[in-house]
Design a binder for this molecule. Structure first.
Ligand code: B12
Length: 431
């Protein structure tokens, strides 16, 4: 039996005002527990969290979920607490994006390039039985300064084979009493993968690693049973959310979900939709299932820029039409917008504000663009010498959540970006 510290570097809680449940670490924990190992979760949001960083060091290994935003904290933890004192394995989006750089960092024992359930189980076996790391699927690691790349693209074909993600270690009672978390609610995921190739998203990288079979959906019974058990476990009565990149990809599945979810769970939920994958019929079924809110990616008001910079092929007319269909079914709309896109001028920003006003969503999720490693946008901007390949090493964790240009944007100043970041909602007339 090995004791594994699972570490999630979460967004600064005073800025995000929300603690997300990492389903990735939840799945890994469940798999490890099935193999009789012990796990403890540490949610760490700032460098002063010395107690947790020190406590994690006392385990047989540290497993880190690493988003690029967590890199500053990861670096601090390595330098001050973990390096050469405990085996450290990293996975998650940053590991998927830049596995070679990460695996070669001093003190990193191994990097998971892709899905982690099979990898985590094999690492635990390595720790317990002293096996070689060469047999661990999806793992990059270094030995005496030489990078070893094991086979990647190893995924669980049928997601129903996995145990339900472990939620026992997540402080739900505390979390779900805060305002932001009440809105997000208890989070689930029925699908892995996405069919689109947006230039700002990591999914194309996963598609490259895992191929077309990366898109997998759990059976309706599996996801509904999980919702049933998880809500019962915490006696939870609030909102439920589905983080699937796109919840409505398969109409037949959706119809079956509607029937079973209504019958067995019958409570309001939110999910992510894509404008291209909804129509009148789909929206009706979604509503009948209990969907009261959707998150929909609009990103900007200029269709040409949406297509060229972001790889999203949507006309403004189609967006407005689909939004009107959602409104007819009384589904609330959270629209995501991004500002600070490459070569975006102030005129484009005004177009985004005007388009947002035309959509009139119930809420906006506004971010300034970060060209995250692993995305096509990152590759392009690095190739054009507009972005330092290692820009993430120069930032502190709060910068990721502020509006600041980290690359040569080409058209607007930081002041303009920040002005729009602060005033976008007011200008668009949305709360
Ligand atoms: C849910 C979600 C969130 C949630 C919870 C995040 C979390 N900690 O899980 C919330 C809302 C908090 C969130 C916030 C943000 N998110 Co987010 N989010 C997602 C989303 C939609 C799903 C994540 C998920 O549950 N996946 C399913 C699980 C099963 O996969 P997984 O988490 O990757 O874990 C697996 C593997 O990575 C691996 N693994 C992970 N850790 C480890 C560790 C070890 C040791 C091993 C062996 C394996 C391993 O095994 C796991 C099981 O297979 C993804 C997109 C996506 N489809 O993945 C974006 C995504 C992760 N988010 C992204 C971003 C940009 C953000 C934000 C910066 C947004 C913002 N502007 O605020 C913040 C930053 C979050 C942070 N931690 O700092 C990017 C990350 C890009 C990057 N390079 O880091 C993604 C990839 C989306 C994208 N557009 O590309 N997010």
């Amino acid at each position: 039996m090995k004791r594994i510290a699972l570490v999630n570097f979460v967004p600064p809680l005073d800025v995000a005002n929300y603690l997300g449940y990492s389903q990735g670490l939840g799945f890994i924990s469940a798999v490890l527990k099935e193999l009789n190992h012990q796990t403890v979760l540490f949610n760490i949001d700032n460098v002063n969290d010395a107690e947790s960083l020190g406590a994690a060091r006392e385990f047989d290994a540290v497993f880190v979920y690493l988003a690029t935003t967590g890199y500053p904290l990861f670096s601090h933890a390595m330098n001050h607490y973990w390096k050469n004192r405990v085996p450290v394995f990293a996975g998650g989006p940053h590991a998927i994006a830049l596995p070679e750089e990460l695996a070669m960092e001093d003190g990193v024992t191994g990097v998971c390039v892709g899905e982690g359930e099979l990898t985590a189980a094999a690492i635990a076996d390595y720790l317990e039985n002293g096996r070689s790391l060469s047999g661990v699927p999806n793992l990059y690691y270094q030995e005496d300064g030489v990078l070893h790349k094991n086979e990647t693209g190893c995924i669980v074909d049928n997601l129903d084979w996995l145990p339900f993600p472990d939620r026992s270690f997540f402080p739900y009672h505390e979390v779900l009493s805060t305002k932001a978390s009440k809105l997000v609610g208890m989070e689930f995921m029925a699908t892995r993968g996405c069919k689109y190739g947006c230039r700002f998203c990591l999914n194309p990288r996963l598609l490259q690693l895992q191929g077309k079979r990366m898109i997998r959906r759990r059976s309706v019974d599996s996801i509904v049973n999980e919702v049933h058990l998880a809500t019962a476990m915490f006696d939870y009565k609030g909102v439920i959310g589905f983080h699937d990149d796109i919840f409505t990809l398969d109409f037949e599945w959706l119809c079956e979900f509607q029937e079973t979810f209504k019958k067995k769970i019958n409570r309001p939920f939110w999910c992510n939709v894509h404008i291209s994958d909804i129509d009148e019929q789909i929206i009706k079924v979604l509503r009948q299932a209990g969907c009261y809110r959707v998150l929909v990616g609009i990103e900007c008001g200029n269709a040409r820029m949406r297509k060229k910079a972001l790889g999203k092929h949507l006309s403004n007319e189609e967006i407005l039409y689909k939004i009107s269909l959602l409104k007819q079914q009384h589904i609330k709309i959270v629209a995501t917008f991004m500002i600070g896109l490459p070569d975006e001028t102030e005129t484009h920003l005004k177009e985004s504000v005007d388009f947002c006003r035309a959509i009139a969503p119930d809420w906006i999720l506004l971010s300034s663009l970060f060209p995250f490693p692993g995305t096509r946008l990152y590759t392009q901007l690095v190739a054009e010498n507009r972005l330092a390949a290692d820009f993430y090493r120069q930032l502190d964790s709060k910068t990721f959540y502020s509006a600041r240009l980290v690359y040569d944007q080409g058209a607007i100043s930081n002041e303009t970006l920040q002005y729009y970041f602060r005033n976008f909602r007011k200008m668009a007339g949305v709360l």
